[in-house]
Design a protein around this ligand. Structure first.
Ligand SMILES: NC(=O)c1ccc[n+]([C@@H]2O[C@H](COP(=O)([O-])OP(=O)(O)OC[C@H]3O[C@@H](n4cnc5c(N)ncnc54)[C@H](OP(=O)(O)O)[C@@H]3O)[C@@H](O)[C@H]2O)c1
Length: 314
């Protein structure tokens, strides 16, 4: 049951009851929401009354995050689903659980991601950065598409990065698994380009009155991103030196929360948003042929790994 504190201050910085209640009856799933931008996105939507589902890989961290969201929002309609995007079996299990526990899905926020110094692979052998950021989310989204469409008007939000602009060689379809020379930042930028291209292709395939798909750059955010020893060397040092100049996770979540909740963006699809405003993405992200190829190649690679996607919108 939703228990809302009358003047709960939400992520948009408002205290009005009208806004606090605007997501009641809606189900929002957020990946990687135990910390950082994802956690603050969960607080933002929960404070507006949404049934909030934290889809996270670590059950203990997810449970702690759930307690925090409930404590900060007074909304106890907050739930955990275990989701490891680096294991397609876990993705499928999480998708099944979401489909069985909730009969609607209004907003899916594909937020989880990261960057790793050393090349390593997911359970099914995909390069990890692309495996988590793109292939895991592609698989989850495709499994949940039918439920999103049945809950129309539904919204998909992909947390990308301005870094997608620096994927200088585009998607490099000849080496999607980064086997030929792994450079953490280059691979990260490519994974973030994949997020924007996926959104673009979803927007092309689906009527925005049924499903909108948008990508977000959250800003430079003082989260756990690149910490925890994930990133070493010059890149790791750079991220640490930047920390005093970064914005808080709460501010970093604003555009995701805005896209998840605002009536002003109804029907807007296929866009790239920064500070709650649409912006032109990088040139590579406007490549329709690349968006289509990524869709097709992703389907083929997932099928090859033994996890074919649901044919909705194929
Ligand atoms: N921070 C920035 O400046 C910045 C800038 C641009 C874009 N972004 C994007 O913003 C998104 C959120 O990042 P953040 O800054 O909030 O970083 P964060 O604090 O490191 O949070 C990342 C989240 O992703 C989760 N995650 C990582 N691998 C996963 C997996 N295999 N399965 C499921 N979840 C997984 C993490 O879970 P654990 O806690 O279990 O590791 C964590 O919940 C990312 O997509 C990132 O690329 C961040």
């Amino acid at each position: 049951m939703t228990r809302l504190r009358p003047a709960a201050k939400n992520c948009l910085g408002t205290t009005k009851d009208r806004i606090a209640m605007s997501m009641q009856g809606k189900v929002v799933v957020i990946t990687g929401s135990n910390t950082g931008i994802g956690l603050e996105t969960a607080v933002g939507v929960a404070s507006q009354g949404a049934t909030t589902v934290l889809a996270c890989r670590n059950p203990a961290k997810a449970e702690a995050a759930k307690q925090e969201v409930v404590r900060r929002t007074w909304n106890d309609d907050v739930h955990v689903v275990v989701l490891d995007l680096a294991d397609l079996a876990s993705v499928r299990k999480a998708g099944d659980e979401i489909l069985s526990r909730w009969d609607r899905l209004d907003v899916l926020v594909n937020n989880a991601g990261g960057t790793w110094s050393q090349r390593h692979v997911t359970v099914q052998g995909f390069e990890y950065t692309m495996g988590v950021s793109h292939f895991g989310h592609f698989s989850l989204t495709r499994q949940l598409l039918g439920r999103l469409l049945a809950s129309a008007p539904a919204r998909l939000i992909a947390v990308t990065s301005v870094g997608h602009r620096f994927a200088a060689k585009g998607m490099r379809f000849d080496d999607l698994q980064s086997e030929e020379g792994y450079q953490a930042m280059e691979v990260y930028c490519r994974a973030k380009l994949a997020n924007v291209l996926f959104v673009r292709e979803l927007a092309r395939r689906f009527d925005p009155r049924a499903l909108t798909a948008n990508a977000v750059h959250p800003g430079w955010v003082r989260s756990r991103f690149g910490m925890d020893g994930d990133l070493s060397g010059v890149n790791g040092l750079g991220i640490r030196l930047m920390r005093p100049f970064q914005i808080s996770p709460r501010r970093g979540a604003r555009t995701s929360v805005f896209l998840a909740t605002s009536p002003d963006v109804a029907g807007q699809s296929g866009k790239y948003w920064v500070r709650s405003k649409p912006r032109r993405p990088g040139r590579q992200a406007e490549d329709e042929a690349a968006a289509l190829r990524l869709w097709d190649d992703s389907e083929r690679l997932l099928a090859g790994a033994g996890f074919p996607v649901d044919p909705v919108g194929a």
